[in-house]
Design a protein around this ligand. Sequence first.
Ligand code: NDP
Length: 284
Amino acid sequence: MTAEIINGKEIAAKKRVEIAKQVQELKEIGVTPGLAVILVGNNHASRTYVRNKQKACEELGMHSILIEMPEDVSEQGLLAKIDELNQDPQIHGILVQLPIPKYIDEKKVIESISPAKDVDGFHPINIGRMMTGQNAFLPCTPYGIMVLLEETGISVSGKHVVVVGRSNIVGKPVGQLMLNQHATVTYCHSRTKDLMFHTRQADILIAAVGIANFIKADHIKEGAVVIDVGINRNEAGKLCGDVDFEEVSQKAGYITPVPKGVGPMTITMLMYNTVKSAAESTAR
Ligand code: NDP
């Protein structure tokens, strides 16, 4: 069997057309969705991510600002900037690009962002709302995965979803969103005993581990849906996922590639959340 490729780039492009239309509709009533990105220090990868987010805003006709702060900015200075953006009516989404320097309390920073502008969906209030199935900003990568499945026509209800990885930004929330959609969910992590026993039962396997080519054909059952969240470099320096695409794609029913799989959906859902925030601001 050769897996059907879930083309994240194409699905993201389709979603972005819908988002651009919503941006136009909001502009017609005098609201331009605005995203503020705060970048602390000079991390090369972070700079690339931030540039891509700004580019996406521009392409969709949205307003975006980049606030660059030095590596040695004080926690107080960063919190003061966030507070200013919380009050700014032209800004509907605030994002602090992680990681931030260790001496700054990341939790405090995330909690200082107004939940109404928390377009990353990392604030405990949004996480709680997501858990209880209320209106919330959903974290972008997990949300993007849900959209990929929906657009591919893969129903989650009643399926056994196995998530490898339990980070707060990917593993945990993606499992929760699957549960909200009536899946049976198993979480695996570095202390899971006999990982293969669990992954082989998955109708849908989500790999969010951060180890290049970690999931092999032996980890999956024939015909499984395999979602690869990983962004890694292999020994040759080439971009690759957590799934050994070569061998797993011979056995899976569906698979997301890296690149052009989950990656393009993350920024798309960030844009979606910012537009949602702008639309909700008109109702306040
Ligand atoms: P983290 O490092 O925060 O989490 C990795 C998880 O994998 C942890 O829960 C860890 O377990 C688990 N793990 C590590 N080793 C093993 C193992 N041998 N067996 C089973 N589980 C293991 O990573 P993130 O969740 O932030 O990211 C995961 C990957 O996704 C990375 O490659 C990252 O670059 C990528 N990513 C991609 C995005 C996209 O837009 N496509 C967005 C965000 C991330 P434990 O908790 O026990 O330590």
